[in-house]
Design a protein around this ligand. Structure first.
Ligand SMILES: Nc1ncnc2c1ncn2[C@@H]1O[C@H](COP(=O)(O)OP(=O)(O)OP(=O)(O)O)[C@@H](O)[C@H]1O
Ligand SMILES: [Mg+2]
Length: 313
C-alpha cells in the first residue's frame, strides 16, 4: 500500500491497529491501520460497501471487532470506552430530530438526554454551525444542509476533542456542501480533530488535510492530501533512446519513479513545472523527445485508479 510520511510525533487522536470485522463469510474490514493526528481533518474515502460505516461503528464501540483494536487519545477503547466516548462526538447516517420543535429546543432535548450540564453551550454550538438566526424555527422547515449542521451542533454539545462524521455531505447541494466545508474548517480552526467518511473525492480534496482510501475492507493508501495529489504528478514521454533516458533520469534527484511503458515510452514522476528542464537534461545527453505530455491527476483520478476493479485497470 501507499503510505506517505506523516510529519508529526504527537500521540494520534485516533489509531486503529489491524482492525478487522467479519460478517459471516464476508470480511468487511481487513487489518486496517489508520492514524489521525491532533487538529487534522481526515477524510476516509471509499466507494459504497468499502467498509467505512463498519470502521466507524468499531471506532465508536457500536460493533466489536473480529480482530485488532482501536485507541482514542492514546487509550485502548477495550478498557476505556466511556472516557473515549466522553471526548468524542459523532454524527452517523440517518440522524433524526423532533420536527415540531425548534433547532434550539432539539438541542435542549439532546443536552437533557446526555445528562445535562451542557445547556450553557447551546448558543455557542448554534453559532459555530451557523444556525443562530434560524434557531427558533421548527426543524421541519429546515433544509437538509441545516439538519446536518444541527446534527453537528448536537455532537458538539459536550465539547469533544474528536468529531466523527459518517458521510455528512450526502445529499447536500453545492451551496450546502460549501457551507459544510466551511463548518469543518472552522472546527479544525477551533482545535478539533475531524474524521469524515465520504465517497465524494472533490469534497475530501477541498476539505481534508489527510486522506485514507479504503477498498473492499483494505486501506490501500494513506497520507496528506497534498502528497497524494503530488504522487499522481506524472509525465508521459516518448524518447529516441529509452535506455539512455533511464540513465539520465536516474541522475536527477527531483525525478521520482520512472516506468517504461513500451520500447520508447516512459512515465516519469516529476513536477510539471520542470518539464523544460527535463527535456534539456535529456537533450544534453543526446536523448530527444518526440512527445511529452503531463498526466496531472487530481485526487479523484487517483482514487478512481486505485479503487477500480482489477479487471478494468
Ligand atoms: N450488519 C451487517 N451484516 C452483514 N454484512 C454487513 C453488515 N454491515 C455491513 N455489512 C457488509 O460489510 C461491507 C461494508 O459495509 P459498510 O456499510 O461498512 O460500507 P460503507 O463503506 O459504509 O458503504 P456506503 O458508502 O454504502 O455507506 C458491505 O459488504 C456490507 O454489505
Ligand atoms: Mg456507510
Amino acid at each position: 500500500m501507499i503510505r506517505a510520511a506523516m510529519h508529526n510525533s504527537e500521540v494520534p487522536v485516533l489509531k486503529t491497529s489491524r482492525l478487522s470485522k467479519r460478517f459471516g463469510k464476508r470480511l468487511a474490514l481487513a487489518e486496517v491501520d489508520l492514524e489521525i493526528r491532533p487538529g487534522r481533518v481526515y477524510g476516509f474515502l471509499g466507494p459504497n460497501g468499502a467498509g467505512k460505516t463498519t470502521a466507524i461503528s468499531l471506532i465508536l464501540g457500536l460493533l466489536s471487532p473480529t480482530g485488532g483494536h482501536v485507541e482514542l487519545f492514546g487509550l485502548d477503547t477495550r478498557n476505556h470506552l466511556s472516557e473515549c466516548l466522553r471526548r468524542t462526538g459523532a454524527v452517523l447516517e440517518g440522524v433524526s430530530f423532533y420536527p415540531h420543535l425548534s433547532g434550539r429546543d432539539n438541542l435542549r432535548v439532546c443536552a437533557a438526554i446526555s445528562g445535562g450540564g451542557c445547556e450553557s453551550r447551546i448558543g455557542e454550538v448554534l453559532e459555530l454551525v451557523g444556525l443562530t438566526a434560524r434557531a427558533r424555527d421548527k426543524e421541519r422547515g429546515y433544509s437538509l444542509g441545516m439538519r446536518q449542521r444541527l446534527a453537528v451542533a448536537a455532537a458538539l454539545l459536550h465539547d469533544p476533542e474528536l468529531l466523527v462524521l459518517d458521510e455528512p455531505t450526502n445529499g447536500l447541494d453545492p451551496a450546502g456542501m460549501r457551507d459544510f466545508r466551511e463548518l469543518v474548517r472552522r472546527l479544525a480552526g477551533a482545535g478539533k480533530t475531524v474524521f469524515i467518511s465520504s465517497h465524494l473525492l472533490n469534497e475530501v480534496e477541498q476539505m481534508c488535510d489527510d486522506v485514507g482510501i479504503i477498498k473492499e475492507g483494505h486501506v490501500i493508501a494513506e497520507g496528506p492530501v497534498a502528497e497524494m495529489v503530488h504522487q499522481a504528478d506524472v509525465m508521459e514521454m516518448t524518447v529516441t533512446n529509452a535506455d539512455a533516458a533511464l540513465e539520465v533520469l536516474s541522475q536527477i534527484d527531483w525525478v521520482g519513479l520512472v516506468t517504461r511503458d513500451g520500447s520508447d515510452r516512459l512515465s516519469v514522476e516529476a513536477p510539471r513545472a520542470r518539464a523544460a528542464e527535463l527535456s534539456r537534461a535529456l537533450a544534453e545527453n543526446q536523448v530527444y523527445l518526440s512527445e511529452l505530455r503531463p498526466r496531472e491527476t487530481t485526487l479523484e483520478d487517483f482514487f478512481l485508479e486505485v479503487t477500480s476493479p482489477e479487471d478494468k485497470r
